[in-house]
Design a protein around this ligand. Structure first.
Ligand code: WTA
Length: 623
């Protein structure tokens, strides 16, 4: 057990020194001598953050070569398919060889250092292999969540202007085959930059198109070694899209040096990683948790991890418990929405299983409410496991707040204390004074350096509300020394831990011919945490039909994907707007959270149409 207070003080008092010391755990080709330089005040010029600027490395050396040399026969990946007997393991040696072969395949296809490669892939080992192969050849990967629709994929491909797409014929979900290649083909039809598509698990019987390459044929017999391409610490490692306040998804750019160090060190400490651990992070690789704690963190720490292609409830709600027992999982990381879903299914599903291997139980993505915390602690952890609720974001690269095992006691409903080097502060929000913005006052290595193609939006989104600080977009308060997250304070929804922008959903709703205007906000939901509440104004002469909700959800499915679904639909006469025509979602949010008297809604004097409020409240109360 370390002394948190002592180490924390060192880490925040001299961050450059602290992180340079920590960086010796990473395999550098050229050891950095420079720590951090940055400017977070727009009045002083361009916003930027740099770490280890004179360092050089290829991150796959830390993730693969190091362990292939030291522990070649140790299992790196244990892949479990949806069918119980569908299992594949890779030792560190085998994984390195597979990545090298894939690196050859990519270079044979003409891909060069610095090129951007898009991946639209399911939870299979080849997704990890392709991602690491991109890093091996110094290309920038952008993994697009395979649950998104063709339209959403095309939007991201067009922003990236990528030339190569790697995809799979299909993904398996709930016993069904999801035809990924069909979506990829549809997306490609509106993404002219894509000139090559590599397809894995393609059924030999059906034919590929002229610019499509069969992974298996291309990779066959390629050499199993590939010299890593050395990158500068500040070169981009990947771009990952997430939702912001506007309808346009943001491609956050993470760098090689700072990101790998932060992902690696947080993973090691948050899960107290030991050589014998069997670690399982259930997050999809298409999100940041899958990147930092499914792929990069565990591999850089030489860990054995599980990769599961399936869902927690198929064929029955005991799937996760079965896997934990089968592989003797010691550290488990999942999301509150999964915990609520499995808690609702009942303890009868986990009682038959031996979960005694578990030691640390993690949670991420949304607030872990005290009832779910208790259930997780009592029934899964049998009152002996440390629960670590971790707060962080796509932008932060790794965990920022948590109760470190061996250092802090967990307290239900809170996300604990800052990780080493993280200096949070609470500042009164500019828009609504009753809320405090959670901000970070100094840089850490894992912070995203920019939004791809839009550095102005990056500076504006994160560094203008409070000059000199990173503004997270979340509200928070302190309960003694522990932070409590109150949720997003911008127009971002958090549905089952998925970030979705209100504007993106509204844009999809008004594609429905009878919907003239829409405003969406998050409404408490028993499983999803936050469900989508849509306030819709119909076009003149249109009436609400029984099928409207289903039809709207079809629009959402095709524009965004099945993760976006309206849970609560309110057809109203008008939306509350300011005199300049801006919809006041803040008022709608308060109403769906249960404020039904006008006084409780705060200042509505700037509204153009205050009379609409009583009508909306009536609609919520009386349906
Ligand atoms: C929310 C996921 C409460 C928060 C790693 C944040 C949380 C957003 C927690 C980021 C938590 C994440 N407690 N809220 N432990 N963890 N959030 O970018 O609103 O997909 O801003 O990154 O999820 O979501 P993202």
């Amino acid at each position: 057990m370390k002394n948190y207070a002592h180490e924390y003080a060192l880490s925040v008092n001299n961050p450059s020194k602290y992180w340079l010391e920590q960086s010796s755990n990473i395999a550098w080709s050229k050891t950095p001598t420079r720590g951090c330089s940055y400017n977070w005040e727009s009045t002083k010029g361009t916003i930027f953050t740099e770490w280890f600027a004179d360092g050089e490395l290829n991150i796959t050396v830390s993730c693969l070569d190091k362990h292939a040399q030291n522990t070649p026969e140790k299992v790196a990946l244990l892949w479990q398919g949806e069918q119980s007997d569908n299992v594949h393991t890779y030792t560190y040696k085998q994984l390195l060889e597979a990545v090298c072969q894939c690196a050859h395949m990519l270079t044979n296809l003409g891909i060069k250092t610095g090129d951007i490669i898009a991946l639209f892939m399911p939870m299979i080992p080849e997704t990890y292999i392709a991602t690491l192969a991109c890093a091996r050849i110094g290309a920038v990967h952008s993994i697009i969540f395979s649950g998104l629709s063709a339209h959403a994929l095309a939007t991201r491909l067009n922003d990236l202007k990528a030339q190569t797409l790697i995809t799979a014929a299909s993904a398996v979900r709930n016993g069904k085959n999801i035809p990924l290649l069909d979506s990829a083909r549809q997306a490609r039809a509106c993404s002219p930059s894509i000139t090559k598509t590599v397809v894995i698990n393609h059924d030999e019987q059906s034919s590929l198109e002229s610019d499509e390459y069969n992974w298996h044929t291309e990779i066959n017999n390629l050499p199993k070694t590939f010299e890593p391409v050395i990158r500068h610490a500040e070169d981009a490692l990947f771009i990952l899209y997430t939702s912001g306040s506007t309808g346009k998804p943001k491609g956050l750019v993470h760098t090689c040096g700072g990101y790998i160090l932060y992902a690696s060190m947080t993973h090691k400490q948050v899960f107290d990683i030991q050589p014998e651990d069997v670690y399982w992070c259930t997050a999809d690789i298409g999100w940041i948790t899958g990147h930092s704690y499914g792929l990069y963190g565990p591999l850089s720490n030489g860990c054995t991890s599980i990769l599961f292609e399936g869902v927690p409830t198929y064929p029955q709600p005991d799937r996760y418990w079965q896997i934990i027992q089968k592989y003797r999982v010691t550290k488990f990381y999942t999301a509150p929405t999964v915990i609520r879903l499995l808690a609702q299914a009942g303890t009868k599903w986990l009682e038959p299983y031996d979960l005694s291997s578990l030691k640390i139980l993690g949670s991420v993505g949304e607030p872990l409410d005290p009832t779910s915390w208790q259930w997780y602690h009592t029934h899964v952890g049998k009152n002996r496991c440390h629960i670590v609720d971790t707060w962080w974001q796509t932008e932060t690269g790794g965990v920022m707040l948590c109760a470190l095992p061996g250092e802090h006691k967990t307290q239900a409903g809170t996300v604990g204390q800052p990780f080493y080097g993280i200096k949070p502060t609470l500042v009164s929000a500019t828009e609504d004074r009753s809320i405090t913005d959670l901000c970070i006052t100094q840089p850490w290595p894992g912070i995203a350096r920019t939004i791809f193609n839009d550095h102005d939006a990056y500076a504006k989104t994160y560094f203008t509300a409070h000059s000199g600080m990173y503004t997270s977009g979340d509200g928070a308060f302190l309960d003694h020394d522990n932070y409590v997250i109150t949720g997003r304070i911008d127009d971002v929804l958090n549905v089952s831990g998925h970030r979705i922008s209100s504007a993106e959903i509204e844009g999809a709703i008004v594609k429905h011919p009878t919907c003239a205007e829409a405003a969406v906000v998050g409404q408490p939901h028993p499983i999803k945490g936050e469900g989508i509440a849509a306030f819709v104004v119909l076009s003149a002469d249109c009436i609400e039909t029984a099928k409207l909700l289903d039809e709207i959800n079809l629009c959402l499915r095709s524009c965004i994907g099945p993760i976006a679904k309206v849970d609560f639909l309110y057809v109203v006469e008008g939306l509350p707007k300011t005199r300049s025509g801006k919809v006041m979602r803040r008022i709608l949010r308060k109403i769906v959270h249960g404020t039904t008297d006008i006084v409780g809604l705060g200042d509505i004097s700037t509204l153009l149409n205050p009379e609409i409020i009583s009508e909306i409240i009536n609609k919520i109360i009386h349906g």
